[in-house]
Write a protein that binds this ligand. Sequence first.
Ligand SMILES: Cc1ncc(COP(=O)(O)O)c(C=O)c1O
Length: 458
Amino acid sequence: MHAYDEELAQQVIDHLRHRLRLDPPPLGRLGDAGELSVALKGAIGTGPRPVAEVLRTYTEDLEPTVVSCDHPGFLAFIPGAPTKAAALFDMVLSASSLHGVSWLEASGAVAAENQVLRLLADLAGLPAGAGGCFVSGGSAGNLSALVVARDTARRTRGLDDRAPVRIAVSDQVHSSVGNTLRIIGVEPLVVPTDDHRLTGAALRTALDAAERDGGAPVVAVVATAGTTNAGIIDDLDGIADQTRARGLWLHVDAAYGGAALFVPELRDRLRGIEHADSLVMDPHKWMFAPFDCGALLYRAPHLARAVHTQDASYLDAIHGADGDTPGEWNPSDYAYHLTRRPRGLPLWFSLAVHGTDAYRDAIARGAGIARWTADRVRGTEGLELLREPELTVVLVRRTGWRPEDYYAWSKRLLASGTAFVTPSVWEGETVARLAFLHPDITEETVERILNSMVDDGS
Ligand SMILES: Cc1ncc(COP(=O)(O)O)c(C=O)c1O
């Protein structure tokens, strides 16, 4: 099984070449559980099967039922749109079995990942000492960062290891933060938002009240730079004023919106992000890296190391008898993981090949088409724009539609191969949500989507 097989390699590489050349790739469709179970019956037996036959099961039965996140018309959830350079280099990672745990095993890969983290830290305005690692995504980043926030606060306040503490979050915070707090046993202090945005003023009121309510101390605040549902950026500057004045940890979840830092016209909206003690930005979202790639940065990485470094005799070789050697970096020390692929490398490769100007332009395109779409919605009878897009999400109401109309329309749109747009809920009402990222989305496609909302009637 471990010997190089030219025919196997050729067939798989031919498939990859074919997939990468598709422009656009097929949008895909929903699979039928019964059909998939039939297709997979006997796929894994006790003996070998011809490669071509197994590949055929994948290409004919499985692949068509996977909606292509990298189709320009994939406008649901938060899409992915990896550059070809990044996608190809991801294969290098796998084919070379690159292991990104420690400097000892993978110094070159870790150095390149750190070059990308430095670039992101500079864009955010974090100090020279900032650093971290790449994790699987925003959820893993939020979890890892908030454990550091919790444990650092307990230590610096002289609390015991299990002392109750609270973390302030807005009522719009990403669901992964809610999950994190449950997992790490921290009670949320939920701060109401003003027009869906957490402001410094609302935070001040909530923190003042929390000081009087006799509950556990609030030790950290989570701000969001780009809410998932609507792309709204919290008042980072005002929030940072509060966290700095009160000595609280500021975590900024910029998993989606952080990419806007590449674009000078958008960067100002994230003012205050430079005060983050920890920061998450997901390159697998609006920075065109393949899944799964989240960047996690700390202002003072030694605090994360103190929390996350795993202690086991077989790992002593990684950390060295002489402690820290300047410049050496073990990504496993900065999140809850141990084994990890150096998933920042595909982004490093693509950034190096294309340059940051190309990233700036491609990121700006997502925001540009969102603004164009908003204008179009405003000018279309029967459609209502629910708010001005701050980043790349456009929320649209179709006058007279009930929730089931949105879902039926979404299904028809996917079946027609035009686009994948899923409904969401805005202020209690089901609406259409278009999340742009792919720079190749065209105005014609958007026009077709909007027309389909009007033409499909109510
Ligand atoms: C603001 C925000 N935070 C966190 C996440 C979770 O990221 P992931 O899905 O990469 O775990 C998302 C995902 O969309 C997000 O938009």
